[in-house]
Design a protein around this ligand. Structure first.
Ligand code: ADP
Ligand code: UDP
Length: 239
């Protein structure tokens, strides 16, 4: 597979064309941003960890019936994926109150919900990714009703699979963000990444944060937390 021209450089990854118009190469960087790009930094080794973790989790999800963009890990930081047209919705699933949920609704972090919640935001950096509901998404023609139903179904499936997997690693899956896309035939698949950048992961015993909140909140030990969570995954994967 030949790496072609760079099509896009985002906050965490670069995207390259390949000699196959239906395939792309994503290249994971160590760059970290938070608060809509206001806070910038580097997390050494993050790109390698996020690439490997996202691929391992996507393989697991495929085996449980969630279609994903994953094709093949090419190197430490590079992965071959199916090219999609991204549905401009960030889908957030929450099992426990944290982050913007705690802030918006004036509750503490750590409240365990009886059932997971789902919310959407409009993936639009210029607007600051505003929250919207399904009716807004339909009005803005961001996705069809059927696509939204498929996205919701897959998102809750992802939650069940990942919640159980992380629990077996001694980690509580608090919340996470997913992105979906359309293949050229319109099929909806899970795209982008699943990593400590896009999930809140707490040590089940101590509550220690093992995710990007360490960077967002200047908690220190950022690189160590990424290494720790990757180590836990590798110890439990497949077993
Ligand atoms: P951002 O654009 O938010 O800064 P990244 O740095 O992670 O994010 O850039 C990766 C970009 O690639 C994102 O815009 C993401 O939506 C997009 N993307 C992820 N997977 C695919 C895919 N399979 N096909 C096309 N685009 C993708
Ligand atoms: N998230 C993400 N990208 C975003 C916004 C949120 O990956 O642009 C993830 C975040 O890491 C967390 C979950 O989605 O796991 C919920 O984030 P929240 O809405 O609480 O926002 P935050 O507190 O990160 O601003």
């Amino acid at each position: 597979m030949t790496k072609g021209e760079q099509l896009y450089e985002g906050k965490a990854k670069k995207v390259f064309a390949t000699d196959d118009p239906e395939k792309l190469i994503v290249d994971y960087k160590d760059d970290a941003t938070a608060f809509n790009g206001l806070k910038k930094g580097t997390i050494r080794g993050k790109g390698v960890i996020n690439n490997r973790m996202s691929n391992a989790l996507m393989r697991m999800l495929e085996s449980k019936g969630v279609p994903t963009h994953f094709i093949e890990e090419l190197s430490e930081r590079e992965t071959l994926v199916k090219k999609v047209s991204i549905v401009p919705l960030e889908v957030i699933i929450r099992n426990i109150s944290a982050g913007s949920f705690a802030k918006h609704y004036g509750v503490e972090e750590g409240i365990v919900f009886d059932a997971p919640t789902i919310e959407f935001s409009y993936k639009n950096d210029a607007l600051g990714d505003p929250l919207l509901n399904e009716y807004h998404a339909l009005a803005l023609k961001l996705a069809t009703k059927e696509e939204i139903e498929t996205i919701k179904k897959y998102s809750f499936m992802v939650n069940e699979v990942l919640k159980e997997f992380w629990l077996s690693c001694g980690v509580t899956l608090v919340d996470f963000k997913l992105e979906f896309g359309r293949l050229s035939d319109g099929t909806i698949v899970l795209a982008d990444e699943i990593s400590p950048d896009t999930c809140r992961l707490w040590d089940s015993k101590t509550g220690e944060k093992l995710d990007k909140d360490r960077f967002r909140r200047d908690l220190g030990g950022v690189e160590d937390a990424y290494q720790e969570i990757m180590g836990r995954l590798e110890k439990h994967i497949g077993g």
